[in-house]
Design a protein. Structure first.
Length: 136
């Protein structure tokens, strides 16, 4: 029996000048320093924050967050193709109110699990969390 699930569809355009555009939004001009690799890392960082915000809001928790993402691209041993072989995403988060330790671990696990950018990658991102000034 097929599984019924919500479906999300997205589209972007890159014009001949290199500007990015999405449905109804003002085109975004990225500096030449922004490679597709950087955009992917930015997508992971932003998606992880949005996933955290979603789950925190359901629990009545306010979120202020920032993230840094980095990665290594080289040839993979298994197929000799260039790809990300390591990705790290470090998040610095303030939660109010701060959940109990077990609830905090569950919240962070949901944020990692439900970031569909991270879930879509072949390499599993490593996450580092700093919550209300403390490392998890």
């Amino acid at each position: 029996m097929p599984v019924s699930a919500r479906r999300f569809e997205y589209a972007v355009e890159v014009d001949r000048a290199g500007r990015l555009a999405t449905e109804g939004a003002t085109p975004l001009q990225l500096d030449d320093a922004w490679t597709p690799d950087h955009v992917l890392l930015a997508a992971l960082a932003r998606c992880t924050i949005e996933s955290l915000r979603y789950h925190a809001a359901r629990a009545g928790i306010d979120v202020v967050a920032s993230a840094d993402a980095s990665g290594v691209v080289t040839k993979r041993e298994e197929d000799g193709r260039f790809a990300f072989v390591e990705i790290e995403c470090a998040l610095d988060v303030e939660l109010e109110p701060e959940p109990a330790p077990d609830d905090l671990r569950a919240l962070v696990a949901k944020a990692e699990r439900d970031c569909f950018v991270g879930a879509s990658l072949t390499v599993k991102p490593r996450y580092a969390w700093r919550v209300n000034g403390r490392e998890l």
